[in-house]
Design a protein around this ligand. Structure first.
Ligand SMILES: Nc1ccccc1C(=O)C[C@H](N)C(=O)O
Length: 475
């Protein structure tokens, strides 16, 4: 299908949006709802202790265990361990109630009917928060504001909890030409294979209790309370466009794709492959088709990837009969899905005998260094060791960029109301990619939180939708 005329038209519209960012006030608050400070209160439950793990029940991951799914493919020696038995109870300590099917939450049991009795009320949460709330980020800063990578470099030592506001930059290739071996290696040099660059992140030293907050994205939303914001994220209908549903790509129960076809699917078309988030333990492809209407009308297909979440297995590379139709693959991952997409970028696919035609990657509010989450509730269901966390941290396994001609463009997006840790992670990852010669941009989106940063992809006028369409249709 010839989409050339559309590409030109759409490309210029998106570029205009990017450089002429409107300044608007934040989303109006529903009547009667008081201003919710977006900084979280103290953790609501004690930090997990190692002794909570049932002793003597370890098994190798191939039998019954979990690791962040793509990682086993990327780093086959993965030896994640976890207890053989998982509780059918809500994992909140002391909570006697059954956990809703599929729910792995500790912090925010999303089923209101089954909400554990010890969950604090919105009022007490607000009170907790206001005790520790830092100064709120100022309102009216604009809908979407991106920062050049150079700005990121300069801003490293500034307060990373605040959005950096600057002009929008295009994709800057960090190490000049960006060819293999020509990218500048970060301190520490490459890995043993010489293919991967090792770029240890500059971690902030946060107390364990504070890490719990930092890695609870729902506690940072200024729009809704933690439970409400997750509930809203879970209840998104499958878009009503032409679909191929539940197309298997692997042996696992969850290893299926939902494919949303372009409105006029004659000929080949580019696809956006969307990998959902949920800390590798929640959500599914069924709630991942929300961006389809904005994309298919522009001739772009959407592939929502399902994968086995904890406590199950791994994700296999996406293959299928639909692949030959794809003129180019653009990856998009949110939160844990951004981690998985980043792992795809870190993978040496020649080892698997495939060369996926990945032309671009959009990584939204992701986690790229897993070490800090070892110290949080997130790891209660994952049971990662430090070694596994390191092996599966894209930040530590940056592949040297491909030659410029084959270069994959990377866009790292982060929300104003992501926690400072999430924001820091994105910034560190951008710097590491850039140091390895990748063509990378960062988009710091004002006025959105960890969840609506992707939910709004259902709107064609949303700046991230426009940037993605621009990347796809102009490449
Ligand atoms: N990243 C996500 C993406 C989608 C849905 C939930 C999450 C969460 O992180 C939930 C987490 N347990 C929280 O307390 O915020």
């Amino acid at each position: 299908m010839d989409t050339g005329h559309r590409e030109a038209a759409h490309g210029s519209a998106a570029a205009h949006q990017l450089t002429e960012l409107p300044r608007t006030s934040p989303r109006p608050r529903p009547a009667g709802q008081s201003q919710r400070p977006h900084a979280p209160g103290p953790p609501r439950r004690p930090i997990r202790s190692v002794s909570r793990r049932p002793p003597g029940q370890w098994r190798h991951r191939r039998e019954n265990s979990f690791s962040p799914p793509l990682s086993a493919r990327a780093f086959p020696a993965c030896t994640t361990r976890r207890p053989a038995a998982t509780s059918s109870r809500c994992q909140r300590s002391r909570c006697p109630r059954p956990r809703p099917p599929g729910c792995q939450w500790e912090r925010s049991c999303p089923s209101p009917g089954l909400r554990p009795s010890h969950v604090t009320s919105p009022t007490s949460r607000a009170a907790n928060r206001s005790r520790t709330a830092p100064a709120p980020v100022g309102p009216g800063r604009g809908v979407g504001v991106a920062t050049t990578i150079r700005d990121q470099d300069r801003d490293r030592d500034r307060d990373l909890s605040r959005p950096q506001h600057g002009r929008v930059a295009g994709h800057g290739s960090g190490g000049g030409s960006g060819g293999v071996g020509s990218g500048r290696l970060p301190p520490g040099g490459g890995s043993g294979s010489g293919r991967l660059a090792r770029c240890p992140p500059r971690r902030s030293r946060r107390a364990p209790q504070e890490l719990e907050q930092q890695y609870s994205p729902s506690r940072w939303s200024p729009r809704l309370g933690p439970d409400e914001v997750i509930q809203a994220h879970l209840t998104r209908a499958r878009a009503g466009v032409q679909t191929l549903l539940h197309v298997p790509y692997g042996d696992g129960d969850g290893e299926k794709l939902d494919i949303y076809l372009p409105t006029d699917p004659s000929g080949t078309f580019p696809v956006l492959v969307y990998i959902h988030g949920g800390y590798w333990q929640c959500l599914s492809k069924d709630e991942s088709g929300f961006a389809a209407p904005s994309l298919v009308s522009q001739g772009v297909g959407l592939v929502a990837v399902g994968y086995d979440i904890a406590p199950k297995g791994t994700i296999a590379p996406c293959t299928g009969s639909w692949l030959p139709l794809c003129r180019g693959i653009y990856l998009c991952g949110h939160s844990a899905g951004a981690h998985l997409a980043a792992m795809v970028l870190s993978t040496d696919w020649t080892e698997y005998g495939v060369v996926p035609d990945i032309k671009g990657a959009v990584l939204v509010s992701g986690v790229y260094d897993l070490e800090p989450i070892l110290h949080t509730y997130v790891n209660d269901a994952l049971h990662m060791s430090r070694e596994v966390a390191q092996r599966n941290s894209p930040q530590l396994h940056i592949a040297l960029a491909a030659p410029a001609a084959a270069a994959c463009k990377v866009l790292v997006a982060v929300a104003q109301h992501d926690s400072p840790e999430f924001r820091r992670q994105s910034q560190e990852y951008v710097l590491a990619l850039r140091a390895a010669g990748w063509s990378v941009s960062m988009l710091d989106l004002a006025g959105v939180d960890h969840f609506d940063i992707v939910e709004k992809l259902s709107e064609e006028s949303y700046i991230l939708t426009q940037v993605i369409l621009n990347m796809i249709l102009r490449t």
